[in-house]
Design a binder for this molecule. Structure first.
Ligand SMILES: CC(C)(COP(=O)(O)OP(=O)(O)OC[C@H]1O[C@@H](n2cnc3c(N)ncnc32)[C@H](O)[C@@H]1OP(=O)(O)O)[C@@H](O)C(=O)NCCC(=O)NCCS
Length: 189
């Protein structure tokens, strides 16, 4: 099996997500503690729905899905590059550390750095961006700590669970990544 994509000193790696990860995903997909920061989650997601979603996403040219794994290859969560707009070479980052043992240990930050590396070094993107609920203080802290550049406070951007929600958007350009890579403890390959 191909080794996960990682950097020296990191405790996590990224490998392509597969349908074999469905069991692990089902363990968190309906846990409000994990998914309350997602938009568009309308009710319980069945195993069949999630399997269909994965197959459609695997086949899509505008999405790349990865599993975040620990040093032993154990599944910790999903990381993705979505809405890839190839003419401008940009894409939206998504990250969920679904396994409770993966959260709050600095591993999400490592996964986000690796996701950026895959976006810029492998896919050749020019820009990545992410949005989070304005109330998601943990994600705001991480985006700021990793030097993502704030690009706007989007008022009433999402409608979810019967209410409008403000979102915050951050971006990172390839030249930002070039400058940050040494600070992030990554190497160019
Ligand atoms: C958001 C998520 C990916 C972060 O991964 P993680 O592994 O838990 O995060 P880390 O441990 O790497 O980093 C958490 C940081 O946030 C800080 N933090 C935690 N709670 C916080 C809060 N309420 N306010 C501000 N900062 C907070 C921690 O102190 C830590 O920062 P530090 O390293 O400077 O001390 C993960 O918690 C998760 O999957 N959450 C649910 C889904 C989600 O919100 N995804 C993002 C949608 S855009």
């Amino acid at each position: 099996m191909m080794e996960p994509f990682t950097f020296p000193g990191f405790d996590v790696g990224l490998r392509p997500l597969t349908s074999g990860d469905l069991d692990a995903i089902m363990e968190w997909i309906n846990d409000p503690e994990v998914t309350r920061n997602f938009a568009g989650m309308a009710g319980e997601i069945t195993r069949e729905q999630e399997a269909a979603f994965l197959e459609a996403t695997f086949a899509s040219d505008t999405d790349r899905l990865f599993a975040v794994v620990d040093r032993d290859g154990g599944y910790l969560g999903n990381a993705g590059i979505h809405k890839i707009y190839w003419p401008a070479k940009n894409g939206r980052l998504g990250l969920v550390m679904g396994a409770a043992r993966g959260r709050g240990r600095g591993l999400g930050q490592q996964a986000l750095k690796l996701l950026c590396a895959r976006a810029f070094l492998e896919l050749g993107l020019h820009k990545v961006w992410l949005v989070h609920y304005a109330t998601n203080a943990r994600m705001a802290h991480i985006a700021t700590k990793l030097c993502f550049v704030p690009e706007g406070h989007l008022r009433d951007e999402y409608f979810h669970a019967g209410a409008y929600h403000d979102m915050v958007r951050y971006g990172l350009l390839e030249q930002d990544f070039e400058a940050l890579a040494p600070v992030w403890g990554t190497i160019r390959t």
